[in-house]
Design a protein. Structure first.
Length: 319
């Protein structure tokens, strides 16, 4: 199979039929062998009814419904897990991503050998203050931290080689950083393509301003995991040893100074009246705690088990 098109969605009943017809038209005009996977992330409208109807009429359409809203990352995770195509395309269900871009994205991966092509919505139809400006700041921080020279990390329209989606772990809210996850997994042929952005036709965005705060927190998380995720002792242990050593040297200096003054009959204050006593004590305690944190992190890595991330309540189509 050439293409798997993975579409996570939440309450998009008005756009689904139009989106499906548009994708199917593009697939037929380019003679692709394909499948469309709609991942319903706990919609409360009639989205799932529409997906079931489409799947009943078209054997190339499959649907997965979560029993509640788990988030876009979990929807992409199960979509990647079920996808069978040689190239996987992801896109949003709100008609802001243009299916006409799919053939060129497919060619970049299948014929030109890229591991991942990320869409770049160079010209956007979103509000400047609420989306465009925060998005530029967010992407600048992501470029600086990850080393990937992409302009639009969060664009939903992306193309992947099959091996990439089968070997990356999209969890939490890491859908924003799939290119970074791919890079950390060893896939280096990552680039971007300018894609057409369209104004939202139906409904309203499902993401509020808090997504930028969460995005920056996730960026810090992914930076930490890429550097120390498999060796937490290298960070916490090193910091712990340095802080303990600093505290120990400070305490030794206080003790030696006290003994020197006593030996020579010089006036001196109580050890507990010296502020450096508390600085050194706190430093040794924090150093010990950091070292223990690194040790516990190593133990957790060695004993962790896969945990349930979502529950599928229903599927439709031929899996």
């Amino acid at each position: 199979m050439q293409l798997s098109i993975v579409i996570p969605l939440l309450n998009e009943e008005e756009s689904l039929n139009e989106l499906y017809n548009w994708i199917a038209s593009v697939m037929r005009s380019n003679s692709f062998s394909y499948e469309i996977l709609f991942i319903d992330d706990g919609s409360t409208d009639d989205s799932w009814k529409i997906i079931k109807k489409i799947a009943a009429e078209d054997p190339f359409v499959k649907g997965i419904k979560f029993n509640r809203n788990y988030g876009k990352s979990q929807a992409l995770h199960v979509g990647f897990e079920k996808a069978e195509g040689d190239v996987i395309i992801t896109m949003d269900a709100d008609l802001q991503d243009n299916p006409e871009e799919i053939p060129e994205l497919y060619d970049l991966v299948s014929a030109q050998g890229y591991d991942l092509i990320s869409g770049w919505k160079k010209k956007r139809y979103d509000s400047v203050l609420s989306k465009n400006l925060p998005s530029k700041l967010f992407n600048a921080a992501a470029r600086k931290t990850s080393g990937l020279k992409l302009h639009d990390f969060n664009c939903g329209l992306k193309a992947y080689r099959k091996a990439v989606v089968k070997n990356i772990d999209v969890y939490g809210e890491m859908h924003r950083y799939i290119p970074v996850l791919a890079k950390n997994a060893g896939y280096s042929r990552i680039d971007e393509k300018v894609v057409q952005h369209q104004a939202r036709k139906y409904g309203k965005t499902k993401f509020g301003a808090e997504r930028f705060i969460n995005g920056f927190l996730d960026l810090i998380t992914i930076w930490f995991l890429s550097k120390f995720g498999k060796r937490p002792m290298h960070l916490f242990g090193a910091l712990g040893v340095l802080m303990f050593f600093f505290g120990f040297i400070s305490a030794a200096w206080i003790g030696a100074s006290k003994l020197y003054k006593l030996y020579h009959g010089l006036p001196s204050i109580l050890v507990t009246d010296n502020p450096w006593f508390y600085i050194s004590l706190t430093s040794m305690i924090l150093g010990t705690l950091l070292f223990l944190a690194g040790f516990l992190g190593e133990l957790i890595l060695r004993s962790s088990r896969e945990q349930e991330r979502y529950r599928i309540s229903e599927t439709t189509g031929q899996f």
